[in-house]
Design a protein around this ligand. Structure first.
Ligand code: DUC
Ligand code: ZN
Ligand code: ZN
Length: 458
């Protein structure tokens, strides 16, 4: 048993000073004062914030992209996550064209055999549609990969006709899907135009060929398809005000649209691409791309106002050498960046410590909402009797500086190198066991598979 004494326990509805007792893998009691049972270990949390373990519902570990594979597999990716306070991840399994959904999921289970240091689950990506794939949706739910992913761009994209059929089928099965929303045709046309001119094959063309309009149009279309299917949907990695306006319009029509954003869209902007040093500028290539400071402000406000439900990483890491695959042509730069170990600390420092959101809102965005939306609640996402004892102790008085030197991710750069953070993730417990302290993993490979239930449409 472990007794966490004198901490401030954080809940979306408000925080409370209380003691928390664990028994094995579970939280067994929460009260304003708990007398230590004999032989129990005591953790003094005075002056600290006690959060439920954070959930990262958007990772790409061991993913093949642009002729290469992400720097992080499940082993290094989940170590990075747990070190930073994330106790559960949901990665995007993919059934590529020609594969059954079951084969795609089997493949992701094999990837996770690399060893997981936090608990892990899968969404399943649908890249084609026919009667037999439709018939496999209940299998995915039965196997715990109960939510899905679709793309409106990349070679994994499906067209509008297919999206509608997918949404109708998922509605029948009581679940939903996230969607990568970007207008593929618009982007392809601009990429061809820019690439035709050798002087415009540089990194900055990446963001200029993926404008906010491409994202907003796709979000609007996705929402309208969902309106026809009468299906709640999830927009992953929202980056911009224009896209948010489309979501507001859908909600005014009475639709349920859940929105995720990521730290990179909150603290970095597109001026980072306007750098003649290829290695520097290409670090930030991801899709959708970084936007403007005005978009960052709109996203922070939307988080505070409850218009955004979750903050995940979209962790998709590459080394500088891998980014150099696109040295002569921006279209060949593998898209994505690392963020697994910094997400909670960055959201605390840039969000809570700067007064943009409350700590209670942070708890909602990084723990309770993803747990509810992705079928993990109340096992995960909340400090409650009977819940898993996934506990993160955050020291608001500590200060840290982000550096690649202490990074666990195999990306050999930190996008936020040198950023000074107020507050630090002090200790991390996974199902009652201390697994990380002060950014270091002290127990590896303790992660278990999360067989998730159906989403809760709150
Ligand atoms: N965007 C990226 O930048 N990388 C991986 C997938 C995605 O949608
Ligand atoms: Zn995406
Ligand atoms: Zn992604």
């Amino acid at each position: 048993m472990i007794l966490f004494q004198n901490g401030t326990l954080v809940y979306p509805s408000g925080s409370r000073s209380a003691d928390l007792l664990t028994d094995g893998e579970k939280i067994c009691r929460i009260a304003s004062h708990i007398d230590p049972p004999s032989g129990c270990e005591i953790v003094d949390c005075a002056g600290k914030l006690v959060f439920p373990g954070f959930i990262d519902a958007h990772t790409h570990f061991d993913l093949h992209v642009a002729g290469t594979v992400t720097a992080d597999d499940f082993s290094s990716g989940t170590k990075a996550e747990i070190a930073g306070g994330t106790t559960s991840v949901i990665d995007f399994g993919t059934a590529y064209p020609g594969e059954t959904l079951n084969e795609g999921l089997d493949n992701w289970f094999r990837k996770a055999e690399a060893g997981c240091s936090c608990d892990y689950g899968f969404h399943q990506t649908i890249t084609e549609w026919n009667d037999s794939i439709s018939a496999e949706i209940p299998d995915m739910i039965e196997r715990g990969a109960s939510t899905f992913k679709i793309y409106m761009t990349y070679d994994t994209q499906i067209d509008d006709c297919t999206i509608l059929k997918v949404l109708q089928r998922l509605k029948e099965c009581g679940t939903t899907t996230g969607c990568h929303c970007e207008n593929s045709g618009l982007i392809d046309a601009l990429r061809e135009e820019y690439a035709a001119d050798e002087r415009r094959r540089k990194v900055s063309s990446h963001y200029l060929t993926r404008p906010a309009a491409a994202e907003a149009e796709a979000i609007g279309r996705y929402c309208h398809l969902a309106e026809v299917a009468d299906e709640p949907v999830i927009d992953v990695h929202l980056t911009c005000l224009e896209g948010l306006e489309e979501i507001r319009a859908a909600r005014r029509r009475g639709q349920k649209v859940y929105v995720e954003t990521c730290p990179q869209y909150l603290v970095m902007d597109d001026s980072l691409y306007d750098n003649d040093d290829f290695d520097e500028a290409s670090k930030y290539v991801c899709a959708p791309p970084l936007r403007k400071k005005t978009d960052q402000d709109a996203l922070w406000k939307a988080m505070a106002d409850g218009e955004i439900q979750t903050v995940s990483t979209d962790h998709c890491s590459f080394t500088i050498a891998q980014k150099e695959l696109g040295k002569d042509d921006f279209r060949k730069i593998p898209g994505g960046m690392p963020g697994a170990e910094t997400r909670p600390a960055v959201i605390y420092s840039e969000g809570v410590a700067k007064g943009r959101i409350t700590k209670e809102k942070m708890c909602e965005l990084l723990a309770e909402n993803p747990a509810r939306l992705y079928g993990l609640y109340p096992k995960k996402g909340v400090l409650k009797e009977g819940a898993d004892a996934d506990i993160v102790i955050l020291d608001p008085a500590a200060e840290r500086t982000i550096s690649v030197k202490t990074q666990i991710s195999k990306a050999d750069y930190a996008p936020l190198e040198g950023m000074k953070l107020k507050g630090a993730i002090d200790q991390v417990y996974l199902r009652g066991e201390k697994v990380a302290e002060d950014g270091r993993v002290i127990k590896e490979n303790r992660g278990q598979y999360l067989k998730r239930g159906l989403p809760e449409f709150f």
